[in-house]
Ligand binder design. Structure first.
Ligand code: AMP
Length: 476
């Protein structure tokens, strides 16, 4: 995303008036002019960061000045480097084990933040560790005993280590980051955050609280954790970027899978994330699309941690061009170039729509989001349009063309249902051991005849339609 949105910094010093320091940020700023040390400017350049993003321009000088920060910014704004670079700058001046702790709501986000610290900090030899659930505690305790400079973790596992890992303490922290605070609180991590705050030092600590939204719970957390903070806001909240084409497709619920196959077929060749509401539906859609010959891989909370990472890596490496995900994947995950976001099921919360579609049209690139809307979703859908303040355009899908796929889709549905039953039985028999295939969608699952037919159809369309892998019509 990194849309050059307007930013505001507000000094919320206790007892004083509120002053707005910047309404028109200096877009000519460089990483060096923000005050960052030379090796870090070089690290940014080697990562392809040409100039600081809006949130970085606003947050970094305050952070370098030692102030606590409330950052209202979403994934894609460059917020990780906005808090990461000042931490690395401080480490460069004064190295110290367990200097910074970053608390993130999901495992994927924690790994991603860890990766960014490693990438930006490698030039100065920074060691970073990630502590999340689903990974062996003892192995993690060994990593912690090596005293990394920066620790990134999810709340539950961090508390586990604080309470059970001998010698592990965060008493010497110089930086505490609470990332995606609204999500941390929505996921009921209040108790864990309290324990972490109690274990951190009160004095001599900078705290950065980043959140996409400012809810009353976030305000409460802010009061409990920050001192004399500066509020830094990227004003692209609840807006989608201009390069994003958003469309909806109104369809009868009973033919939803058929239209899903139609859209996938029309937009074949694009990197796609399909969002589902539940793990079960995510799993079923992955099997259905696999049976239809689409290179799909599921990512949801019921997969083990290694499987989630493996799914993500397959997608990132381009081995699979379709990721079927629950909202776990809609925030925080760094997937560089997604061409299409397809909402198979609508999110219950309109704000999640923004997070989902924020996976495409990033960094000035074009992107498309298509939302399937059935007769049961009208109210939810209208709420989304209301929040966006605009009416979306319709994705054209002639009924007679979509219905041509009916027979194959029915076959694939049967196939997926059978596979799911088979997996359930195997799991019950073998006490949780997974079936063949390796990523719960199993390459071996695809019906070869169905695959052949779909491929033929896809090739026919692309060949005949003049086009770029994007289907036969240019829909805008
Ligand atoms: P984040 O909002 O931290 O999840 O960052 C989103 C993406 O933007 C990541 O892939 C970063 O590597 C990238 N990024 C961060 N800062 C910059 C920048 N100044 N210029 C270009 N890309 C950036």
């Amino acid at each position: 995303m990194l849309a050059e949105a307007g930013t505001t910094s507000t000094d919320t010093a206790a007892g004083g008036s509120t002053s707005t320091s910047t309404d028109a940020p200096d877009e000519s700023a460089t990483f060096a002019s923000l005050g960052l040390a030379e090796p870090l400017c070089e690290a940014c350049a080697s990562m392809g960061f040409k100039k600081p993003s809006a949130i970085q321009r606003e947050a970094i000088p305050w952070a370098l000045g030692g102030r606590d920060i409330i950052g209202l910014a979403e994934t894609g704004s460059g917020k990780t480097a906005a808090f990461g670079l000042p931490i690395l700058h401080s480490l460069l001046a004064k190295p110290q084990p367990l200097c910074a702790l970053v608390v993130a709501p999901t495992r994927e986000l924690a790994f991603q933040i860890g990766e960014q610290f490693e990438a930006l900090g490698s030039v100065i030899g920074v060691k970073c560790a990630v502590a999340v659930g689903g990974v062996d505690m003892v192995q993690q305790a060994i990593l912690l005993a090596k005293r990394p400079h920066v620790l990134v973790g999810t709340p539950g596992r961090l508390v586990d280590h604080l309470q059970n890992t001998k010698g592990f303490s965060i008493r010497a922290l110089r930086f505490l980051v609470l990332d995606e605070a609204d999500k941390l609180l929505n996921m009921d991590f209040e108790k864990e955050l309290d324990i972490i705050l109690q274990a951190a030092p009160r004095e001599g600590r900078s705290t950065f609280l980043f959140s996409a939204t400012m809810t009353s719970k976030v305000e409460k957390l802010q009061r409990a954790s920050l001192t004399n903070p500066v509020k830094v806001e990227v004003s692209s909240k609840y807006q989608t970027v201009k390069t994003l084409v958003q469309q909806y497709l109104f369809i009868p619920a009973k033919h939803k899978d058929c239209y899903l196959a139609y859209v996938c077929n029309e937009l074949a060749g694009h990197t796609t994330i399909i969002f589902c509401a539940t793990c079960a539906s995510c799993q079923r859609i992955a099997l259905l699309l696999r049976a239809l010959g689409f290179p799909a891989v599921p990512l949801h909370g019921q997969l083990s941690q290694p499987k989630r990472l493996a799914a993500l890596n397959k997608f990132k490496a381009g081995e699979r061009s379709i990721l079927i995900a629950t909202d776990v994947a809609s925030r925080g995950i760094d997937i560089p170039s997604v061409d299409l976001v397809l909402n198979y099921e609508l999110p219950q919360n309109s704000k999640d729509y923004i997070h989902r579609v924020g996976r495409t049209a990033r960094a000035g690139r074009a992107g498309r989001a298509v939302t399937l809307v059935t007769q049961y979703d009208v109210e939810l859908y209208q709420r989304i349009e209301h929040m966006l303040g605009t009416q979306l355009e319709q994705f054209s899908a002639p009924q007679e063309e979509a219905m041509l796929l009916m027979e194959r889709v029915l076959e694939a549905q049967r196939h997926a249902a059978m596979e799911l039953r088979g997996k359930d039985e195997k799991r019950r028999e073998k006490g949780g051991r997974r079936g063949r295939g390796g990523d719960e969608g199993g390459d071996a699952d695809a019906d070869p005849e169905l695959q052949r037919m779909m491929k033929q159809k896809m090739q026919g369309r692309r060949g005949g339609g003049g086009g770029g892998g994007g289907g036969k019509k240019q829909r805008r």
